[in-house]
Design a protein around this ligand. Sequence first.
Ligand code: T3D
Length: 265
Amino acid sequence: MTTNFEQIRFETANGVARITLDRPDRLNSFTTQMHAELRDALARVAADDRARVLLLTGAGRGFCAGQDLADRAVAPGDTPVDLGASIENNYRPLVLALRGLALPVVCAVNGVAAGAGANIALACDVVVACRSASFIQAFCKIGLVPDSGGTYFLPRLVGTARAMGLALLGDKLTAEQAEAWGLIWKCVDDDKLMPTVDALLEHFAHAPTGGLAAIKHAMHASAENSLEQQLTLERDVQRTLGHGDDYREGVAAFLAKRAPIFTGH
Ligand code: T3D
């Protein structure tokens, strides 16, 4: 099923939801309209029982160049744009929606990911980038702080020293380096990006989605929890999953030496 939006493409089929940022002439930079369309599409994914995995990618040669700065041009003397309101109404909900989805979110970084574009990619669960892609914390070049979770994700993923360098200098980090630093899951040759991602989507579309959602939840919770709290969470989550159809199917399939057929529940 395809839903008509103007600045994103959104389709769902065979358990796979796909969102493509679609303003290639502006490197898919974010506008208020694109944010509204993304919120709508993500709400549809969250409400769709058949969706087992979400793909986020960009059209054309870039993934996303962050906020559309043309929307921020103000003449001297004009009232400045309230960036706090922009974050509150647009970027914050977008990050929380991606993190909160009870299914894996795969990001295919098909080119440059700059500013909020880089950090929205990092908000996804499995990030695969093509070799020609790059990640740029461009905020410091315009006097801003990394937003969309940048100051949260970066130190956790690559450590404070590298996070600080990336954020303070705004240098381009190649996809290869991003993989080597542990910022992303994988860097692949450009012509292997979509085959690699399609294989991941196919895998996740037939996986025990409820269990994967619980893994996502537990992993994210561990950033703030003590070991004791995390052990408690694992106990409680495992108890719930132990009542699920997919757990029973997984064990039965293993013992019968056959491939499991998971329903996602
Ligand atoms: O404002 C708020 O609400 C607060 C939240 C802020 C979040 C943010 O994301 S702030 C950071 C905003 N993003 C940037 O500062 C990145 C700006 N872009 C770049 O530095 C470069 O474009 C790239 C390094 C990403 C790519 O460089 P390159 O050489 O591959 O492409 P290009 O030629 O610069 O860009 C191609 C076209 O896209 C170009 O238009 P033209 O000349 O062909 O008509 C360029 O102006 C346009 N473009 C690229 N990024 C943006 C953009 N237009 C508007 N906004 C952009 N962010």
